[in-house]
Design a protein around this ligand. Structure first.
Ligand code: ADP
Ligand code: MG
Length: 304
């Protein structure tokens, strides 16, 4: 089931939260929606799920416009809002029954609930009140309500924020499993989350899409424009001499006689570093190009 976003702009009064945003997500993709705080992630997700209307532009889920708010389309979408709003006084089963009742499904409610409690690993806590659950279990309840009607599209807004490392791994596994049969869009400001779960990443900054790539392509995109070389010499060398290597933008001394050298040259600068070492009678103990990680890509694309 596809998501098509066409030229969506959202104004909150004078404030432009989204500025002519367009992208498409195809069936079976798990897309990471990455951006700093205030970038417009939650706003975009609320518009996709039909909770708020865009100021202009359109969103279609499987060809149906979501701003109409039809039950037909709500049945297709599971949504975990940011901060996972729950009713602390409700029991888990009671809450899931309430969630299930919002979508008039053909499957008996008890069966749906039993199944989702199993899938989300809520079984050991299922008789408890939501208010007495740990943050990790509360997040499972949030996911359970998003999945209760077996939607084809899953929209998860910061699903792992505030969880401890073990809980994060468990929730990511749940998302990955759910993603096997669904189209998933998850927002996060944690790069590792995208690395761990997604096959595509859309980066948004100040309401504008700044990157939309397959995960494997986004690294090479940045890689060409900037390289970081780690070099370890056999003896001491001063920074001024190192500056004589062509195309060096910046230098940082690391442990011992090792340096991090940054360059924005098109060609690999390692041969030039090697030539330099030969000229200066230096031994090169190590010479490595550092792979860019997504965190760096994110920083480069959203800085300023
Ligand atoms: P993100 O989820 O990426 O942190 P949001 O979509 O929540 O970003 O917010 C995008 C921008 O819109 C921010 O500048 C935020 O302050 C503003 N904003 C969000 N919701 C509202 C609202 N209901 N009223 C006014 N401004 C809002
Ligand atoms: Mg948000």
């Amino acid at each position: 089931m596809s998501i098509v976003v066409q030229g969506v702009t959202k104004l909150y009064g004078e404030q432009k939260a989204l500025d002519n945003v367009s992208f498409e997500i195809k069936t079976g993709e798990i897309v990471g929606f990455l951006g700093p705080n205030g970038a417009g992630k939650s706003t975009m997700m609320k518009i996709i799920t039909g909770f708020i209307p865009p100021t202009s532009g359109n969103v279609f889920v499987n060809g149906i416009e979501t701003s109409g708010g039809s039950l037909e389309i709500k049945k297709k979408i599971g949504y975990l809002p940011e901060n996972n709003p729950l009713y602390p006084e409700m029991y888990i089963r009671e809450y899931l029954q309430f969630a299930a009742s919002l979508y008039k499904s053909d499957i008996p409610v008890k069966k749906q609930i039993d199944n989702i409690i199993e899938v989300t690993g809520l079984a050991p806590e299922q008789r408890k009140k939501i208010g007495s659950l740990s943050k990790g279990y509360r997040q499972r309840v949030g996911l359970a309500q998003a999945l209760i009607h077996n939607p084809d599209v899953l929209i998860l807004d910061e699903a792992t924020t505030g969880l401890d490392p073990n809980q994060i791994i468990e929730i990511r596994n749940l998302i990955r499993d759910a993603g096997k049969q669904k189209t998933v869009m998850l927002s996060t400001h944690i790069m590792q989350e995208v690395e761990a779960i997604c096959n595509r990443v859309i980066i948004i900054d100040k309401g504008v899409i700044v990157a939309d790539e397959e995960k494997k392509d986004i690294y090479s995109k940045i890689h060409q424009s900037r390289q970081v070389i780690f070099v370890e010499f056999g003896s001491d060398i001063d920074e001024v001499s190192l500056r004589s290597i062509p195309n060096v933008d910046s230098l940082k001394k690391s442990k011992g006689n090792s340096w991090l050298i940054e360059s924005s040259a098109d060609q690999d600068i390692r041969p030039a570093i090697f030539d330099f070492a030969v000229r200066k009678n230096l031994t090169v103990l190590s010479l490595q190009k550092k792979e860019n990680n997504l965190e760096e890509v994110f920083r480069i694309l959203t800085k300023g």
